[in-house]
Ligand binder design. Structure first.
Ligand code: ADP
Length: 485
């Protein structure tokens, strides 16, 4: 009776077969239903026959240490249980009518008789074909992704922030001037960035990325052969469940070519504006000489024309100076010379200057206190003049522009408010970027290059101040800058 129960339990157990330890026959004594299903065989056809007579080892695979005959023999020799995590053994598939590739995992347990001799081996197998195929597909997909990434010239990297390990694709080494099989460390790679860039670009970007979760910067690197290259790196930070940063992953791209293009373009702008400045200066001098000479002329047209010519020359000069400043800035040569001055007076002077060419707007100045600041008077004048010029450009004729100066929390704050077209929320930060102009049909009809506010922002940054704009997007805007007192 109990024997029958064991037989039923065995036959229902997953993928098991019991063989006798009668080397070299290994006679099959029992097989479970699942085992029979795996091997598309019937109990009558296999029980009582030698294991290798029914399931011959695959002779095409030489030196196969996972071959059943070797494993069975070792189990008997050692008396130990032996597991084989993965092996391939093709089985006949009644649906396709062919032997199909299959992957298995098995364990082989020695079973003793009452005298303690190994009398049987219990072999239990699991079909892991699905898992193995899924893994193969995953590896294939990963390889495909890697090939696509490498085709774009991108290197990918991963920084484990917990144990500080850094891994990357071979392209990374190439971007830094090593051979693809070299394995430079993170410190090696960083040694190609100069100290200034490290302090001004890399470290601040890393610090910021801990707050924003994203990081991106462009920086120049020097290869071992002395040549200079540019890279752009971008990445994101991954966090654990407690929101602690654990990993940074990203890409690096060699942008030397486009950077060289940009440098050439900047050089061109610098050169062109420098060349334009010279004839313009002499044009201005001649206009002034003529004005002097014709002062007493009673022809109102002549003096009027000269005033207008002078204004146009000034306008052109300020455009050209804008480009010159831009290239100075890009080359890191925009410096500020500090001096103490009365900001109210500077604002009043800039309003007077703006009024020389402004016939259509009323500019109201509301100084609030006598405030002196320690700043670069010409550069701050340039910022005020840009604010005023924009207020005039982007608001309707006849409208009022209001300028204020006040102190708040140890800061001098200058504001210029207009009743013009306003700035949409999406553009509020972007208008301070280089060449950015808000995208509207109206703006396209107003001349400009999108560099004035970019320069203003850079100038104010160099004074450790702030620059910003408030606008409801429709009824005008107010531009502000602050300077520490
Ligand atoms: P520019 O005026 O030459 O285009 P700026 O850098 O001075 O360059 O300004 C950048 C952009 O900001 C402008 O093109 C415009 O879209 C927007 N802007 C600046 N000032 C104003 C303003 N007062 N009202 C509305 N939009 C403005």
């Amino acid at each position: 009776m109990p024997e029958d129960i064991f037989k039923i339990v065995f036959e229902k157990s997953p993928g098991s077969i019991l063989v006798k330890a009668d080397i070299p026959l290994f006679t099959i004594l029992a097989a479970s239903d699942t085992y029979l299903k795996f091997t598309s065989s019937s109990r009558e056809a296999i029980v009582g026959r030698g294991f290798f007579e029914v399931f011959p080892d695959d002779e095409t695979v030489e030196h196969d240490e996972t071959a059943a005959r070797k494993i069975f023999t070792r189990v008997i020799e050692t008396g130990e249980k032996i597991d084989v995590p993965t092996y391939k053994y093709d089985v006949y598939d009644p649906i396709t009518g062919r032997r199909e590739p299959h992957f298995w995992s098995c364990s082989n347990i020695p079973v003793m008789d009452t005298q303690g001799n190994i009398a049987y081996i219990l072999n239990t197998v699991t079909d892991i074909t699905g898992e193995v195929k899924a893994k193969e597909t995953a590896i294939e997909n990963e390889n495909r992704l890697r090939m696509a990434t490498e085709a774009t010239g991108l290197a990918t990297w991963e920084l484990d922030m917990v144990n500080n390990s850094f891994i990357y694709t071979p392209r990374m080494a190439e971007i830094f001037g090593y051979s693809a099989d070299a394995k430079p460390t993170l410190a090696d790679l960083r040694s190609h960035i100069n100290n200034d860039d490290m302090e001004q670009i890399v470290i601040p970007s890393h610090k910021q990325s801990l707050v924003t979760g994203e990081h991106a910067y462009e920086v120049k690197i020097q290869w071992a052969d002395g040549s200079v290259h540019w890279i752009k790196t971008q990445g994101i930070i991954q966090h654990d469940q407690k929101k602690n940063p654990i990993r940074m992953i990203g890409t690096v791209l060699d942008i030397t070519e486009s950077k060289r293009d940009e440098i050439r373009k900047n050089d061109f702008i610098a050169m062109a504006s420098h060349e334009l400045k010279t004839p313009l200066t002499s044009l201005k001098a001649y206009i002034q000489l003529l004005s002097q000479k014709l002062k007493k002329s009673d022809d109102p047209f002549v003096s009027n024309a000269l005033v207008r010519a002078n204004n146009q020359v000034n306008k052109m000069a300020s455009l050209i100076y804008g480009f010159l400043d831009l290239s100075r800035l890009e080359a890191g040569r925009l410096q500020v010379k500090l001096q103490i001055f009365d900001i109210n007076k500077l604002v009043a002077d800039m309003i007077n200057e703006a009024n020389l060419v402004n016939y259509n707007h009323k500019i109201v100045f509301k100084p609030m206190a006598y405030i002196t600041v320690n700043a670069d008077i010409d550069r701050i004048g340039q910022v005020i003049s840009n604010f005023l010029g924009n207020a005039i450009k982007y608001s309707p004729n006849g409208s009022t522009i209001t300028v204020t100066v006040k102190t708040v929390d140890g800061q001098a704050i200058v504001s210029v408010a207009d009743k013009g077209i306003g700035i949409k929320p999406k553009d509020k930060d972007k208008v301070f970027q280089r060449f950015y102009r808000a995208d509207s049909d109206h703006i396209k009809t107003i001349s400009g290059f999108g560099i004035g506010l970019y320069l203003a922002n850079e100038i104010i940054q160099r004074h450790k101040g702030k620059i910003w704009v408030e606008s409801d997007g429709e009824t005008g805007s107010t531009f502000y800058f602050s300077l520490p007192l």
